[in-house]
Design a protein around this ligand. Sequence first.
Ligand code: COA
Length: 378
Amino acid sequence: MSAEEAVIHRGLDGVVVDTTRISKVMPEINSLVYHGYPVQELVELCSFEEVAWLIWHGELPDARQHAEFQAVERSQRGISDDLLAVIRKIPRTAHPMDALRTGVSFLGTEDLEMDKIDAEANLKRSVAMLAKIPAMVAAFYRLRKGQEFIPPRQDIGFSENFFHMIFGKVPAPEVIKAFDVSMVLYAEHGFNASTFTTRVIVSSLSDIYSGVVGGIGSLKGPLHGGANEAVMHLLLEVGDPTHAKEWMLTTLREKRVVMGFGHRVYKNGDSRVPTMTKYMHQMADFTGNKKWLEISDILAATMIEQKNIHPNLDFPSGPAYYMMGFDIDMFTPFFVMSRITGWTAHIMEQQANNRLIRPLSQYNGIGERRVVPLKQRG
Ligand code: COA
């Protein structure tokens, strides 16, 4: 069949492009599993580090594997002086996602074995990126405020170390748990836009860093990862629970998109939302500030009543991060700190059974015509 006769699937809506063993999104039963394990169970019983191992290896680590992995990840948390110098040079006005995109790109230039693209080399790079991305995020967070970079610690977990590098201290276990839960929930989600971007990039046999840099670029957009920041701006705009219903009705009347609602795959609710909402509630209890919770509840109820469109994961995660004390424009980089696991697993899966990704398009431009030389064009 020629491209001219083919059915066009704009946005690749409903198109199955390849197989994957990494995760399964089941909108019909509102479930998401990583290598068969429901995310709700993983959140309650495993740390983010265990889930990272699962995503890459297909099994949860045993005690020895866990200890080895922990030692390797912790030992690689530092970043080079050159990379720190690059981050220092990035304008303070830049968005942290742009700073992170530059940081990962520079990290790639420090790799002396770029020509090796086998699975073993790529797994090592994936662990290194998991370990180093939090330091890049934290470095830019502090440097742009005129504060010094706080080097990582090796004696504490992934999430604890991140808070240490940002605030210089480790908060209460409730806060760490809520952050760790968000890391588990953001880790992997099938062929979403940024993951598919990484697969497209490496399908040309390009390198893993190029794939991740492309993933960061895709994730930044407000229709994808950028929505967790947009949600918090929206909650601040509403400002008070008494304005929430009217705000939503007006926004829908004006046919504006409400960030944090809707999903290409889940049409009856995002399976990750109840879990993250539970931890968002715990953050509200912990901080003693219920305002964002109350506004969120009214907005969600009004949206469902008016349009039957449900919140997605960004809806509870945005205010949860805000209540932890972070700047809003750091929320999407947090998504990267987690999704680096899913992206790199997909990159390795793509390269293990590669076929160049190269779709067709249907031409609807001007019909063929003759070139008129410049001097005759007037
Ligand atoms: N606010 C208002 N209306 C929405 C909406 C939202 N967040 N999400 C979907 N809709 C409406 C659309 O306007 C459309 O209405 P119509 O049929 O009257 O034109 C209908 O629901 C179908 O939406 P559509 O845009 O075709 O869905 P999609 O699968 O292409 O889009 C998103 C999915 C995620 C891009 C979309 O829901 C969105 O923009 N959400 C806000 C951004 C966001 O939270 N992104 C994070 C996703 S995890």
